[in-house]
Design a binder for this molecule. Structure first.
Ligand SMILES: [Zn+2]
Length: 253
């Protein structure tokens, strides 16, 4: 019991640290600064930040969401991503225990959080993320999830193909090239059965958002939605609940 509590606390601390790292990575993928050599600085005043400014979640609360030096507002993205990462790390442990599947879930979730946030902010899915992601996906598919060749191969064909098709007929207006590579990556680590679940969820979430935005009149029909954001969220949901969703669906037939 006590060991279990220590384990949960360790996972929470790990989640907070990784979440904070993902925030820095998302920022630097845009700015081009190195994640290794450059120290974090305030985007408004360029003041180098100290450890006291960089404690996940707590710094944001303590500094009341403002830079300690210039009082510029700090984006809510920072604490939200830290909390989401931590929550998913804990949920992952709860579901998978200390297994290889947990490691795969944590790593793939990190990729999906980067894609989720970056596409939401910049309407772009970076090759710098999806191409290493495909390699990682293939390793997990083969050695952790132990998917068959056909599960991976058909998954990749469907995942890449569905977006390639939309890209081709709309000449890149409906989806971007990044969606093709994200679909491919998801097909590889989910296998074709769970990929179908994830695609269904992504279109469902996308449709709900589109309806909500139309009702709120915040966007016109033509403005694009960050579909990579919905795909990334759906991938994480499917990693956790894909088996249950498939079993539930099959029980309806
Ligand atoms: Zn500042």
């Amino acid at each position: 019991m006590q060991n279990e509590i220590i384990l949960y606390i360790s996972i929470i601390l790990l989640g907070l640290m990784i979440g904070s790292f993902l925030n820095a990575l998302i920022y630097r993928l845009k700015s081009g600064d190195s994640i290794v050599t450059e120290r974090s600085k305030c985007p408004a005043c360029n003041q180098k930040l100290g450890p006291v400014d960089l404690i996940p979640v707590f710094s944001f609360i303590w500094l009341k969401g403002k830079c300690r030096f210039c009082k510029a507002g700090i984006s809510w993205q920072y604490p939200i991503i830290e909390i989401i990462t931590t929550a998913l790390f804990v949920i992952g442990y709860y579901y998978f225990g200390l297994t290889g599947e947990l490691i795969a879930f944590w790593v793939l979730t990190c990729f999906m959080i980067i894609i989720f946030t970056y596409d939401l902010k910049h309407y772009l899915i970076l090759d710098k993320v999806t191409i290493p992601g495909m390699i990682v996906a293939l390793l997990f598919a083969l050695f952790i999830y132990q998917l068959s060749f056909w599960q991976i191969f058909i998954g990749a064909i469907i995942g890449g193909g569905i977006f390639w098709f939309q890209y081709a007929i709309s000449k890149g207006k409906w989806v971007g090239g990044g969606d093709i590579r994200l679909g491919l990556m998801m097909g590889i680590f989910l296998g074709w059965e769970k990929l179908l679940v994830a695609l269904f969820l992504a279109y469902l979430i996308g449709a709900l958002f589109a309806i909500a935005l139309l009702i709120g009149k915040k966007k016109g029909m033509k403005s694009e939605l960050p579909f990579g954001t919905f795909l990334a969220a759906s991938a994480v949901i499917t990693l956790l609940f894909g088996d249950q969703i498939i079993n539930w669906y099959l029980s309806l037939l």
